[in-house]
Design a protein around this ligand. Structure first.
Ligand code: ADP
Length: 510
């Protein structure tokens, strides 16, 4: 069943017709005007004398009703405006065209100024006779101050070029930074198209158009590139363009912020150049290293068979003809055997070193206490009592276990070997976990190493002593360093002559 339209209540009906009657009589408008506080609304007679006054006018201008009624409205104007007869001119325009609008300084009763928006409307009767003028004044001082502050802020910025464009790309405002960076004064550039800032190449490919199109479509455009100053020189700039739209969404222009990044660009270019050079060097070095490693591998490999032959024949000579040989020949044979043994060690160590460089070292979780124990087991039984280990159970590193075992063995062996004359060797191995890393220290109380040799001893064949004093090949620490590096760890050394040595390894924890 369709609902009956609800009849208007009698009270409602009475109210709206009464409202209409009172509107006709103008009472409502009078009441409205009387209540309004934020606008000065008053009437002027045809000569410009104040004929009515609302509370808003009193609040804004400071005059009471009885003080101002009958006075000429030119009292609200400043000296310069009076000098050009502005009040009278405004009334003439309003009388002629029906309306006059202006923004400018006006005076309060106490002589202070405020920034006013003023609308003057001619009031005429049905026959068109001028009865007077209606005047509405709004105090815009606060807004003007905010705008002024904002404008001063933008204008004062010197590190950035901040300017605005109309929707077609014509420059409409220009700050100090823009003048400093681009070289044009505001008078020279306002009104010109912003494509003058682009290089001929960019202008040709339509970059300026693309920039505005992107900003209009997506809200903003950001980019870096070469721009041209007034004097034709180029600078590297970083640019942000933002589309400006009014409340209705209509495009009213663009703001553009440009920064001169030439110094940074120069720096980046230099860094890039260095990086390129470095990369080239590294590539060359890698090539040389690879060749050297291939060479040392084949040398070590190919050295082994003649070495085996020497060893074998010397052995046969001793076994088959030992009885017939004079004593001196036997001594020579013994020396041949010692030299070949040493040669064998050298070849083996070299092979191990180059193998460590070539093979894939796939890491996995390794128990550190076990690794240290395995390394200890490789030491001659008689010497093991001089090794003291402190490694908590469950400590795990992410390493290639055989390589780490070899590294620790080499360090322990050195610690035992380089002990001071007349003193018992003592090596201590300690392991701990520290901020995502496993730290292993191998310490001895031996002869120590002078600081100037700390780097050198990690290189192949670098030794500080004769083999007769301390036997060795000079490859042990090179293997240690290469192995640690290849497992993503690092090694450091604390030592001084007579002070013992501490080798510290840091490896990724598992
Ligand atoms: P090698 O031990 O076969 O001589 P390394 O490469 O292991 O070769 O060591 C190089 C040199 O560094 C040694 O010859 C020695 O002079 C010095 N060095 C290494 N470890 C120690 C240590 N723990 N104490 C004193 N000197 C050491």
């Amino acid at each position: 069943m369709p609902a009956n339209p609800r009849p208007a209540s009698p009270g409602q009906h009475k109210n709206s017709s009464q409202l209409d009657r009172e509107l006709q009589s103008g009472k409502i408008f009078r009441l409205l005007v009387e209540r309004i506080q934020d606008y000065a609304i008053f009437l002027l007679d045809t000569d410009g004398c104040v004929a009515s006054w609302n509370p808003g006018a009193e609040r804004m201008k400071g005059y009471r009703r009885d003080e101002i009624i009958g006075k000429h409205f030119s009292v609200f104007y400043t000296e310069p405006d009076l000098a050009i007869r502005k009040p009278w001119h405004e009334l003439e325009v309003a009388a002629e065209t029906g309306r006059y609008e202006d923004e400018g300084w006006r005076l309060r009763k106490d002589g202070t100024r405020f920034w006013a928006n003023v609308i003057i409307t001619a009031v005429r009767d049905e026959n068109g006779t001028l009865l007077g003028f209606g005047k509405i004044t709004r105090d815009l001082s606060e807004r003007r101050e905010a705008e002024q502050r904002y404008r001063l802020l933008i204008e004062g910025v010197t590190d950035y070029a901040i300017f605005s464009l109309d929707p077609h790309g014509v420059v409409t405002s220009w700050n100090t930074g823009a003048q400093r960076i681009k070289g044009y004064s505001a008078e020279e550039i306002v009104g010109r198209h912003f494509s003058s800032f682009y290089t001929p190449e960019d202008a040709e490919t339509g970059l300026p158009r693309h920039v505005l199109k992107t900003a209009a479509e997506t809200g903003h455009y950001a980019g870096e590139g070469w721009r041209v100053r007034k004097d034709g020189t180029r600078f590297w700039s970083s640019v942000v363009v933002t589309a400006l739209r009014n409340e209705g969404g209509e495009l009213i222009g663009f703001s553009k912020i440009t920064r001169d990044m030439s110094d940074r660009k120069k720096l980046l270019d230099t860094i890039q150049q260095h990086a390129d050079e470095l990369e080239l060097r590294v590539a060359e070095r890698e090539q040389t290293n690879a060749e050297l490693e291939a060479f040392s591998y084949s040398v070590s490999h190919d050295l082994r068979s003649p070495l085996r032959a020497i060893e074998g024949f010397a052995d046969m000579l001793a076994t088959d003809f030992g009885e017939q040989l004079p004593e001196q020949a036997k001594i020579y044979l013994e020396q041949i055997a010692t030299a070949t043994r040493r040669m064998n060690r050298l070849v083996q160590d070299l092979l191990e070193y180059s193998r460590l460089s070539r093979i894939e070292l796939t890491p996995s979780a390794a128990d550190i206490a076990t690794v240290i124990e395995n390394a200890r087991q490789q030491v001659d039984e008689a010497m093991r009592e001089h090794i003291h280990v402190t490694a908590p159970a469950g400590l795990q590193a992410h390493v290639h276990e055989p390589t780490l075992t070899q590294v620790i063995y080499n360090l322990i062996a050195n610690g035992l070997k380089f002990h001071a004359a007349g003193k018992q060797p003592r090596v201590e191995v300690m392991a701990e976990r520290l901020a995502g890393k496993i730290r292993i220290k191998v310490c001895d109380e031996g002869i120590g190493i002078a600081p100037e040799h700390h780097d050198r001893i990690f290189q192949v064949f670098e030794r500080l002593h004769s083999t007769s004093k301390y036997p060795g090949t000079g490859i042990g620490l090179a293997i240690v360093k290469r192995g640690i590096q290849r497992m993503g760890g690092n090694i450091s050394l604390q030592s001084g002559p007579g002070k013992g040595s501490i080798f510290t390894l840091e490896l990724p924890a598992a």
